[in-house]
Design a protein around this ligand. Structure first.
Ligand code: HPA
Length: 275
């Protein structure tokens, strides 16, 4: 696909969304594992299944249904992405981040992402939450590869501060008010879908990672290229491979994501009330 074809698709998707909603919010919240039930606690204004949005990919992971909501969360109008697109599903990082460009085109300025991650730093226990301070995306195919999309950002974007300090501080304040422990750390990306080997986890620990997961980084790169402010929170769903010697399982990941669900939802509600 040429740049101009991609940009046309972004424009068509954003025009379609614009035609369906009364107002454009400034913030988009992407729900990772465990945060699905948050949608029961918002006032939904409009609900658009992804398959109705021109050029939107379909989600393929069980437990991630695909819809875009325009909703009110703690008095704040926002987009909520229920379900996202992962490289391991077979999408390129350009496809997986298509929605980020659509959000940017619509005028969204803040991207808040949540995800599930394995804990590498053993100060964290499964079901704890960690706000991402920086990432290691060395294994992530760049969503910016190919001709630069000049309408969104520069060819060689700076990555010194991908995650916004102000948003992070506001989340930390929300956590403190609610007495919810919130760690801070570096998130390492792996392509998946297989979990890591213990040797890979030892390597990532040496590189400075506190947690590891299969999403978020490509989206953060695309969003930072567009000049968006980014906040990302991981739910630590398991000890990373090799730490306990037990095999990892998707069931364990989902179980701990669900365990932390009340905390993640309360935290997001309080954070939104501060925006
Ligand atoms: N590794 C990668 N991705 C993950 C993990 C993990 O241990 N847990 C949840 N998502």
């Amino acid at each position: 696909m040429t740049n101009s074809e991609y940009c046309t698709k972004v424009a068509e998707a954003s025009e379609f969304i614009r035609s369906q909603i009364p107002d454009i919010p400034k913030i988009c919240l992407v729900l990772g594992s465990g945060l699905g039930p948050l949608t029961d606690r918002v006032e939904t204004i409009v609900e658009i299944p992804y398959e109705k949005i021109p050029h939107f990919p379909a989600t393929t992971v069980a437990g991630h249904d695909g819809k875009l909501l325009l909703a009110v969360l703690s008095g704040r109008m926002c987009f909520i992405m229920k379900g996202r697109f992962h490289y391991y599903e077979g999408y390129s990082t350009q496809e997986a981040t298509f929605y980020v460009r659509v959000m940017a085109k619509l005028g969204v300025e803040i991207l808040v992402m949540t995800n599930a991650a394995g804990g590498i730093n053993t100060d964290m226990t499964p079901s704890d939450l960690m706000v991402i301070t920086d990432h290691i995306g060395l294994f992530c195919d760049s969503p910016l590869r190919g001709g630069n999309l000049d309408e969104f950002g520069p060819r060689f974007p700076d990555q010194t501060r991908v995650y916004d300090e102000g948003l992070k501080d506001s989340l930390l304040a929300a956590a403190e008010e609610l007495n919810i422990p919130l760690h801070q750390g570096v998130y390492a990306y792996t392509r998946g879908p297989q979990y890591e080997t213990p040797a890979e986890i030892s390597a990532l620990r040496i590189l400075g990672a506190d947690a590891v997961g299969m999403s978020t980084v490509a989206e953060a790169i695309a969003a930072s290229h567009c000049g968006m402010k980014i906040l990302a929170v991981s739910c630590i769903t398991n000890y990373a491979a090799g730490i306990t010697g037990q095999p990892l399982s998707h069931a364990e990941v989902m179980e701990n994501a669900n365990k932390s669900s009340n905390n993640s939802i309360a935290l997001m509600e309080r954070f939104f009330s501060k925006l």
